[in-house]
Design a protein. Sequence first.
Lengths: 426, 65
Amino acid sequence: MAKIKGLRCRECGRPYPAKPLHVCEFCFGPLEVDYDYASLEKVVNRKRIEAGPPTMWRYRDLLPIEQEVPVGEHCGMTPLIRARHLEKALGAQEVYIKNDAVCHPSLSFKDRVVSVAVTKAMEFGFDVVSCASTGNLANSVAAHAAEAGLKSFIFVPAGLEQGKIVGTLIYSPILVEVDGNYDEVNRLCSEIADKYGWAFVNINIRPYYAEGSKTFGYEIAEQLGWHAPRHIIVPSAGGSLVTKIWKGLKEFCQLGLIPECHTRMHVAQAAGCNPIVAAIRNGCDTIRPVRPDTICKSLAIGNPADGYYAFKAVEESTGYAADASDEEIVDGMKLLAETEGIFTETAGGVTVAAAKRLIDTGVIPRDESIVLSITGNGLKTQEVVFNALRPTVSVKPSLKSFDEAIAERPDLEADFISQAPTNIQG
Amino acid sequence: MNEPLLWKMSQQFDLVFNIRRADFTEGIGWLMAELEGDEKGLQSGIRWLEEQGVHVDPIEQDVVQ
């Protein structure tokens, strides 16, 4: 089945062949994969998807790859859990966590887009894959390149969290730390992409790469029993994820896989880098670039490439937006860990904080279903929470030392010791 | 907004511009344009635009993710 017709400009609609292209040469608009939905409608159904593998590749009919065995074969189908303790903390009645903090292999949602992009890069015959990254994408490209036996060049801004550097270098890519701000890294990588014939997953492979994000939305709908939730809160950097989740839900509706698509999409950003949130608040679809200043480096993109389309997804779905201060981000990370046992990175803290804000301000009614998108793992950004955690208790190996140490910590007395059962027999 | 910045840049640095898309509202706007000229003129012209307060990006926009 020829499921895609080629690429098409999102602005002027001009068709292009399915090649490593990303910009319309006529209007400079972004190119997008153009599916043959009429053919897809005849073959795609719930039964066919349910019979597929327990990974995001169960949706391969709706992804732009041809290769039989994709790179990143075990990616996706991450847990969607009912967050009953978090519900109480947020004062809401039906909250779910879509947990891509455990996405395979590199513990972030970027594995979804990269598995599609690297598979496509192999189909095109590239032998070097590359990306510019704030960390998660670097981890994922390096891991998938290793799996595929391809060489990889990874560009990151200097000063990333150690977990993200180590989580990239372990796969032995060429890691280039650029001593410059985000704008300068952007410009450098655009020039490199122009000059070298590499598959830059988020530049010349971007139309295919971005499609991987749709699976995050597909999985939510399938895991909710083939229903879309009323609200999805999505952390946003470049703005692609919220756009593609929305596209995925609309595709499911169009193909008759879910009865309706009444989901309101909400954008979450750090207050120190909130160009999309600001545009939504102001009701103006022109994104005003900002200079990022936040602990949430994975969302620190001041001039989001898909900001306009993220704005449109929110507008079309009648969603809204919220941002979070650095302190609220850390509180959000701790709240999720303490209530649900899920350790997310800073972007997840942004999502939890945004959920609290949207619920408290009445934007999201307390009795409607809400999905929080947790897109990355906290082990990668330990530095930001370390000083906000309960200090360890250091003791000598004796009961006396333990008793003395506990006596010096009134916080432990209140939280643990006074609640201990008293009828334990030795 | 009130000044013909592209025209001035074009004259000063001997560059040819071709606007492909644009959107302006009160207070803010953007445009996508192709610039042609020698390398030195292009670099100087872009630097001059930035000095006038214009944010200039290559057509890929943000590629860091």
